[in-house]
Design a protein around this ligand. Structure first.
Ligand SMILES: [Zn+2]
Ligand SMILES: [Zn+2]
Length: 156
Protein backbone atom coordinates (compact mmCIF):
# COMPACT_ATOMS: atom_id res chain seq x y z
CA UNK A 1 0.00 0.00 0.00
CA UNK A 2 1.28 3.47 -0.89
CA UNK A 3 1.38 6.58 1.26
CA UNK A 4 -1.25 8.15 -1.01
CA UNK A 5 -3.62 5.25 -0.45
CA UNK A 6 -3.03 5.44 3.28
CA UNK A 7 -3.73 9.16 3.28
CA UNK A 8 -6.97 8.63 1.35
CA UNK A 9 -8.00 5.96 3.80
CA UNK A 10 -7.31 8.20 6.81
CA UNK A 11 -9.41 10.99 5.23
CA UNK A 12 -12.17 8.52 4.50
CA UNK A 13 -12.24 7.06 8.03
CA UNK A 14 -12.12 10.56 9.49
CA UNK A 15 -15.15 11.63 7.48
CA UNK A 16 -17.16 8.44 7.85
CA UNK A 17 -16.54 7.64 11.50
CA UNK A 18 -15.76 11.00 13.07
CA UNK A 19 -17.74 13.23 10.72
CA UNK A 20 -14.74 15.55 10.49
CA UNK A 21 -12.01 16.34 7.98
CA UNK A 22 -8.45 15.18 8.39
CA UNK A 23 -6.31 18.15 7.42
CA UNK A 24 -2.76 17.01 7.96
CA UNK A 25 -0.42 14.31 6.68
CA UNK A 26 -0.55 10.57 7.06
CA UNK A 27 2.19 8.21 5.91
CA UNK A 28 3.90 4.92 6.61
CA UNK A 29 6.97 4.80 8.79
CA UNK A 30 9.03 1.63 8.63
CA UNK A 31 11.01 2.55 11.69
CA UNK A 32 8.07 2.16 14.04
CA UNK A 33 8.80 -1.17 15.66
CA UNK A 34 6.57 -2.15 18.52
CA UNK A 35 3.75 0.22 17.76
CA UNK A 36 1.05 0.22 15.15
CA UNK A 37 0.92 3.94 14.71
CA UNK A 38 1.56 7.25 16.31
CA UNK A 39 0.20 10.73 16.37
CA UNK A 40 2.71 13.55 16.32
CA UNK A 41 1.74 16.33 18.69
CA UNK A 42 3.84 19.01 17.03
CA UNK A 43 3.01 18.45 13.39
CA UNK A 44 -0.39 16.71 13.74
CA UNK A 45 0.87 14.02 11.38
CA UNK A 46 -0.18 10.43 11.70
CA UNK A 47 2.40 7.73 11.12
CA UNK A 48 1.51 4.11 10.56
CA UNK A 49 3.66 1.04 10.78
CA UNK A 50 3.45 -0.69 7.36
CA UNK A 51 3.55 -4.09 9.06
CA UNK A 52 0.06 -3.50 10.42
CA UNK A 53 -1.42 -3.86 6.96
CA UNK A 54 1.12 -6.38 5.64
CA UNK A 55 0.71 -8.75 8.55
CA UNK A 56 -2.78 -8.17 9.85
CA UNK A 57 -4.75 -6.71 6.96
CA UNK A 58 -7.30 -3.99 6.43
CA UNK A 59 -9.39 -4.33 9.58
CA UNK A 60 -6.35 -3.91 11.78
CA UNK A 61 -5.13 -0.96 9.73
CA UNK A 62 -8.47 0.82 10.05
CA UNK A 63 -8.36 0.11 13.79
CA UNK A 64 -4.97 1.78 14.14
CA UNK A 65 -6.16 4.74 12.06
CA UNK A 66 -9.25 5.16 14.23
CA UNK A 67 -7.11 5.11 17.35
CA UNK A 68 -4.73 7.76 16.03
CA UNK A 69 -7.64 9.88 14.81
CA UNK A 70 -9.02 9.88 18.36
CA UNK A 71 -5.74 11.48 19.50
CA UNK A 72 -5.80 13.80 16.50
CA UNK A 73 -9.30 15.23 16.71
CA UNK A 74 -9.29 15.61 20.50
CA UNK A 75 -5.89 17.30 20.46
CA UNK A 76 -6.94 19.73 17.75
CA UNK A 77 -10.14 20.54 19.59
CA UNK A 78 -8.27 21.16 22.82
CA UNK A 79 -9.84 18.21 24.64
CA UNK A 80 -8.27 15.38 26.62
CA UNK A 81 -6.28 13.49 23.99
CA UNK A 82 -4.17 11.23 26.18
CA UNK A 83 -4.95 7.61 27.03
CA UNK A 84 -5.89 8.39 30.59
CA UNK A 85 -8.28 11.23 29.68
CA UNK A 86 -12.02 10.67 29.91
CA UNK A 87 -12.60 12.38 26.55
CA UNK A 88 -10.19 9.97 24.92
CA UNK A 89 -11.71 6.84 26.44
CA UNK A 90 -15.17 7.98 25.48
CA UNK A 91 -14.20 8.61 21.89
CA UNK A 92 -12.46 5.21 21.67
CA UNK A 93 -15.69 3.54 22.71
CA UNK A 94 -17.84 5.63 20.44
CA UNK A 95 -15.71 4.90 17.39
CA UNK A 96 -15.00 1.32 18.40
CA UNK A 97 -11.26 1.92 18.18
CA UNK A 98 -8.58 -0.33 19.73
CA UNK A 99 -6.76 0.85 22.81
CA UNK A 100 -3.15 0.24 21.84
CA UNK A 101 -0.87 2.88 20.42
CA UNK A 102 2.62 4.23 20.57
CA UNK A 103 4.85 4.46 23.56
CA UNK A 104 6.57 7.43 21.99
CA UNK A 105 3.50 9.59 21.86
CA UNK A 106 2.87 8.78 25.48
CA UNK A 107 6.30 9.94 26.45
CA UNK A 108 6.00 13.32 24.80
CA UNK A 109 2.40 13.73 25.90
CA UNK A 110 2.92 13.19 29.58
CA UNK A 111 3.88 16.01 31.88
CA UNK A 112 5.38 15.73 35.36
CA UNK A 113 5.66 12.15 36.45
CA UNK A 114 7.70 12.44 39.61
CA UNK A 115 7.94 14.73 42.57
CA UNK A 116 10.96 14.60 44.85
CA UNK A 117 10.59 16.39 48.16
CA UNK A 118 13.53 17.61 50.19
CA UNK A 119 13.64 19.41 53.49
CA UNK A 120 16.22 21.71 54.96
CA UNK A 121 17.75 20.16 58.08
CA UNK A 122 18.13 23.58 59.67
CA UNK A 123 15.05 25.68 58.85
CA UNK A 124 12.71 22.90 57.65
CA UNK A 125 11.89 24.64 54.37
CA UNK A 126 10.48 22.16 51.85
CA UNK A 127 11.70 21.81 48.28
CA UNK A 128 9.74 20.04 45.53
CA UNK A 129 11.64 19.03 42.45
CA UNK A 130 10.86 17.08 39.29
CA UNK A 131 14.32 15.57 39.29
CA UNK A 132 16.51 14.09 41.95
CA UNK A 133 18.88 16.50 43.68
CA UNK A 134 22.39 15.74 44.72
CA UNK A 135 22.11 16.60 48.41
CA UNK A 136 25.86 16.73 48.73
CA UNK A 137 25.98 19.51 46.19
CA UNK A 138 22.80 21.49 46.82
CA UNK A 139 21.98 23.36 49.99
CA UNK A 140 19.02 25.32 51.30
CA UNK A 141 18.60 28.59 49.42
CA UNK A 142 17.46 30.41 52.52
CA UNK A 143 19.83 29.37 55.29
CA UNK A 144 22.41 27.24 53.50
CA UNK A 145 21.50 24.23 55.66
CA UNK A 146 21.90 20.68 54.40
CA UNK A 147 19.00 19.17 52.43
CA UNK A 148 17.40 15.90 53.44
CA UNK A 149 15.42 13.66 51.16
CA UNK A 150 11.83 13.34 52.38
CA UNK A 151 9.75 11.54 49.77
CA UNK A 152 9.22 10.59 46.16
CA UNK A 153 5.73 10.76 44.70
CA UNK A 154 4.53 9.63 41.33
CA UNK A 155 2.14 12.14 39.83
CA UNK A 156 -0.23 11.80 36.92
ZN1 LIG B 1 -2.73 6.11 21.56
ZN1 LIG C 1 17.14 26.22 55.43
Amino acid sequence: MSDEKLYELVCHVSNEIFGKDFQHKAYFNKRLRTTGGRYMLRTHHIEVNPLVFEKYGMDELVGVIKHELCHYHLHIEGKGYQHRDADFRELLKKTNAPRFCSTLMERTGRKITKKYTYKCAKCSLLYNRKIQLNTKKYRCGKCYGALLFVSLENMK
